[in-house]
Design a protein around this ligand. Structure first.
Ligand code: CA2
Length: 146
């Protein structure tokens, strides 16, 4: 049976492709969703791709996923660096979590170099742009298989 993967995108990622292409690339979030759906099909993973600008909604989605999904890929965007609430929710679901960032957060401002999400993540991919999402799917296919 195919596994259900929840892909969560945080605040402002709905603006991808419209500004700062030198930092975040020129793909829109819809382009990345299409890439993930295609790639997921090849791995027999079913993809539930979402974006929110609301921290509470993100926490609720993570909590609910326990009953409905097998693993999470999360680009929590700015909440990565600020949200203990998102961290606590991720720790509570007890399922594989892959953290993704389009940019290399370790080459950027100091405040972006700390991630609360990392504490709950099985692994983290950053700096590879949209490809980070498909690499995260590969990692999960591997990890859910074993
Ligand atoms: O590199 C990433 O994926 C980030 O998670 C993106 C976040 C940033 O706060 C993190 O430090 C790193 C920002 C997403 C904002 O995306 C925009 C895209 C286009 C125009 C404006 C914002």
């Amino acid at each position: 049976m195919s596994k259900n993967i929840l892909i969560i995108n945080g605040p402002n990622l709905n603006m991808l492709g419209t500004r700062q292409p030198e930092v975040y690339g020129s793909d829109t979030l819809a382009d990345i969703e299409a890439m993930c759906s295609d790639h997921g099909q090849g791995l027999s993973l079913s993809i539930d791709f979402r974006q929110t600008n609301d921290e509470g909604e993100m926490v609720t989605w993570i909590q609910e996923s326990r009953a409905t999904h097998d693993a999470i890929i999360i680009n929590a965007a700015a909440y990565t660096h600020t949200s203990v609430a998102v961290l606590d929710a991720l720790l509570a679901v007890e399922m594989p979590v892959i953290e993704v960032h389009l940019s290399n957060i370790h080459q950027r401002e100091e405040f972006r170099q700390h991630s609360y999400v990392a504490k709950a993540a099985t692994g983290m991919i950053c700096g590879l742009g949209a490809q980070g999402y498909t690499l995260a799917l590969d990692a999960l296919a591997n990890c859910l298989d074993s």
